[in-house]
Design a protein around this ligand. Structure first.
Ligand SMILES: *[C@@H]1O[C@H](CO)[C@@H](O)[C@H](O)[C@H]1NC(C)=O
Length: 313
């Protein structure tokens, strides 16, 4: 599973003359410009709820509500294709289409937003910004996305959200956190950019069976209850990737890290309850100070590290 997929022409360019390659890459980009919104529709919850799996992570997924908004790229392609046959045969090849998640309007009322089955999908900054604070979804799930691009501030929500939370649930042990569980299942991302979760009313972030090329500086600079990675391939942690991040639990289970773990990647990280790194593989050198340098910040945290294999290549 390649983290960075070089287009075929890039490889060919090594062997061919430069002018040819410039033309080839230009054409590739022209085709990539085709963008189309993902069509979302309300679905009956029973169509989607899966039989309960014996999955450790299930409790962290959050409750599945009864107002599910499903945004399915396959369905969007099918709809457009049938239009195309009747309207215009000259449309560009849909396989090159980049789907864009359109901003959810202020009228959006959904307990769960499910985004599924996309080739390339782009989530621009502020996609969720208009959703009213009292109507934020409990879950936003991305499932089966071959190339997912998240912008900085992609999940930003209305800034009045947090004060409203205190009012709606006074018994909440984490009143500063928002209600949203954000999960990524079978998704591939080239990177998590800086501030990708910033200003978002997020409680938990979960990656499972996914790959993330690079976790950039300040990518995780937010407060969460949980940040969990399972069965996931991570390219690298950049310096200060977790700076100003604060969470109860930081768990890495069956994570394979293919690239470097920079010396100050976890500096400035505060974990209140537990850090677990289990059954994980590190294929490159871990900087000797990668963990120890940050340890004074992990107040009272239980640190469990079971590294399955550590091979220096
Ligand atoms: C560990 O994660 C990989 C994906 O990175 C997956 O293929 C494998 O099945 C997982 N192993 C276990 C024991 O779950």
């Amino acid at each position: 599973m390649g983290l960075v997929r070089w287009p075929f022409w890039a490889v060919v360019c090594v062997f061919l003359s430069v002018p040819f390659c410039l033309v080839a890459s230009e054409q590739e980009q022209l085709e990539d410009i085709v963008q189309q919104p993902v069509h979302c529709e309300r679905i009956d919850n029973s169509q989607w709820s899966r039989p309960g799996s014996a999955n450790d992570w299930e409790p962290f997924h959050g409750r599945i509500g009864d107002r599910v908004l499903r945004c399915d790229c396959h369905d969007s392609v099918r709809t457009r294709r049938s239009e195309e046959y009747t309207v215009d045969q000259q449309q560009p090849n849909l396989r090159n289409a980049v789907f864009v998640l359109s901003s959810f309007p202020a009228t959006t009322v959904a307990t769960d937003i499910l985004i599924v089955n996309c080739g390339q999908l782009h989530v621009p900054a502020g996609t969720f910004r208009s959703i009213r604070a009292a109507f934020l979804p409990r879950t936003i799930r991305f499932v089966n996305i071959a190339q997912l691009t998240l912008d900085s501030f992609a999940f930003e929500t209305d800034s009045s959200t947090r004060t409203q939370q205190v009012v709606t649930n006074p018994r909440d042990p984490h009143p500063i956190l928002g209600p949203i569980t954000l999960s990524f299942d079978r998704c591939q991302l080239d990177e998590l950019p800086a501030n990708v979760f910033h200003g978002a009313a997020i409680r938990s972030v979960l990656f499972s069976t996914s790959s993330v090329g690079a976790i950039r500086s300040l990518a995780i600079s937010t407060r969460f209850q949980q940040f969990l990675l399972s069965d996931t391939v991570v390219g690298s942690f950049s310096r200060h990737a977790f700076k100003r991040a604060q969470m109860e639990q930081l768990h890495l289970h069956n994570v394979t890290m293919t690239g470097a773990w920079a010396s100050q990647a976890w500096q400035g990280l505060i974990v209140g309850n537990s850090i677990q790194i289990r059954d994980s593989r590190f294929l490159q050198t871990i900087h000797p100070a990668a963990i120890t340098e940050s340890s004074t910040y992990w107040k009272n945290a239980l640190l469990v590290v079971y590294v399955l294999s550590y091979s220096k290549v």
